[in-house]
Ligand binder design. Structure first.
Ligand SMILES: Cc1cc2nc3c(=O)[nH]c(=O)nc-3n(C[C@H](O)[C@H](O)[C@H](O)COP(=O)(O)OP(=O)(O)OC[C@H]3O[C@@H](n4cnc5c(N)ncnc54)[C@H](O)[C@@H]3O)c2cc1C
Length: 399
């Protein structure tokens, strides 16, 4: 067990930190108000190997590890606490990782180099109007026809709808291909958003305004068989593996946001005085600071453990999917509520100032909340995974 980063990881972290501190942090508020992440920032992130961190070099990426991607996610979450850039980062990075592992050679070659350079958006579309947690109950379906799938249905609350349209990107999309088989009859495929038969609309969110969330409707959309991720009818299992990568990155971004809040709070309570002393001298405040610092470090370690297990799994090492599921679900269960708690506590330290737009705290509150309410999987679903792995599947409520 090694608790320190390697020299290569430290160098990567400092490169990401310096770039994001100088180029992303100063425009975090602008991203929130302009509803857009500047393309040149995304492209520079691509050039530095921060975006699509794990895309192999043969597909134009930097060929990094999930540990490096998690380090990058923490830095992105700290630099833009609205979480918009973190969402862009983790979708593109997490789902390109799965595409590199399970996509057809043709798909890898056509999609990954563009994604790695920050020129094309890649996201995921599983949630439907009928619900996001119970994927087996989905209605979006596809029939097989001569070398293609014909897709019909609707997805909702999908991140990056406008970004995919603007960049000619798309989403890994889960579809029912054999309804009688329930979750064993789902297929996962890349669907470019500019395909014929697709209509989109954008929802009005409360936060992470720099990236859109919307609805995608499919009417007889042709999806080439070469766009299938992994095997036909194994989509549920492939998506679950992909969620393990993406949820690790969500958790890392939340650790970054929590750390940003803590540092913002520390600066403030050292400077702000009340009743003749800095706030940091009052134990009611400094003990909260200490508790938060400890909790952030614990969750950071848990995230790095999950990333390390995933790296080991990717290398074909001796690691069980059970251990990965527990580690990743533990992160996704704890990191978003911790980020929310950190932001809320630091808002209290700031008093009335925190309720204005003169700090970034209200923006961070709106952003991190998205991961508490459900993005990349609801908290109770993380609890269900942990129950399944530790107590046994017979204790799941729907068995
Ligand atoms: C900002 C944002 C962006 C998103 N982006 C995407 C995206 O890009 N792609 C995508 O596919 N989806 C996306 N989602 C949707 C997200 O994946 C879903 O919100 C999530 O899966 C939960 O689904 P749901 O919202 O339909 O809630 P439901 O599944 O209806 O669940 C509602 C509540 O019931 C609880 N619940 C459900 N089942 C159980 C159970 N068996 N036991 C106990 N409690 C249970 C859940 O924990 C939740 O609190 C996004 C969501 C948000 C908020």
């Amino acid at each position: 067990m090694n608790f320190s980063l390697s020299e290569e990881e430290k160098l990567f972290q400092s490169t990401a930190h310096e770039f994001l501190k100088s180029n992303l942090a100063p425009i975090a508020r602008e991203i929130d108000t302009e509803h857009r992440i500047p393309e040149d920032v995304l492209r520079k992130m691509g050039d530095l190997g921060i975006l699509g961190t794990t895309i192999p070099e043969r597909y134009g990426g930097p060929g990094g590890t999930m540990t490096m991607a998690s380090i990058a996610a923490m830095e992105v979450g700290a630099a833009d606490p609205s979480m918009a850039t973190a969402v862009y980062f983790l979708l593109v990075t997490g789902w390109s990782h799965l595409t590199a592992k399970l996509g057809s050679e043709e798909l890898r070659q056509s999609l990954l180099p563009e994604v790695a350079k920050g020129r094309r958006f890649l996201g995921i579309a599983t949630t439907e109007p009928g619900g996001g947690s119970d994927l087996a109950a989905m209605k979006t379906n596809a029939r097989k026809e001569k070398g293609r799938l014909v897709l019909n249905g609707e997805k909702i609350y999908i991140s990056g709808v406008s970004e995919a349209k603007r960049t000619g990107g798309g989403h890994l999309t889960l579809m029912k291909t054999d309804p009688a088989l329930k979750h064993r009859g789902l297929t996962f495929a890349y669907v470019p958003i500019n395909s014929g038969g697709i209509e989109t609309s954008v929802l009005q969110n409360m936060g992470r305004m720099g990236i859109s969330t919307g609805i995608i409707s499919y009417r007889d959309v042709d999806v080439p068989e070469g766009n299938i991720i992994g095997e036909y009818n194994k989509g549920f299992f492939h998506a679950m593996l992909g969620f393990n990568y993406a949820r690790t990155l969500v958790s890392a971004a939340c650790v970054g946001a929590a750390q940003w809040a803590l540092e913002t709070g520390a600066d403030y309570i050292k400077k702000r005085s009340a009743f003749g002393s800095p706030l940091a001298k009052y134990e009611a405040v400094s003990f909260e600071y200490a508790d938060l610092a400890v909790q952030i470090e614990m969750v950071r370690n848990q995230v790095l453990k999950a990333a390390t297990l995933l790296d080991e799994f990717d290398r074909g090492g001796d690691v069980s999917m059970r251990d990965i599921n527990i580690a990743v679900s533990s992160c996704k269960l704890t990191a978003p509520p911790l980020a929310l708690e950190a932001v809320k506590k630091v808002m209290m330290w700031h008093g009335a100032l925190s309720y204005t737009k003169d700090t970034l705290l209200e923006m961070a509150l709106r952003g991190v909340l998205s991961y508490v309410v459900g993005a990349e999987g609801a908290l109770n679903i993380m609890r269900l995974v942990i129950v399944r792995e530790l107590l046994g599947p017979e204790y799941l409520p729907y068995r």
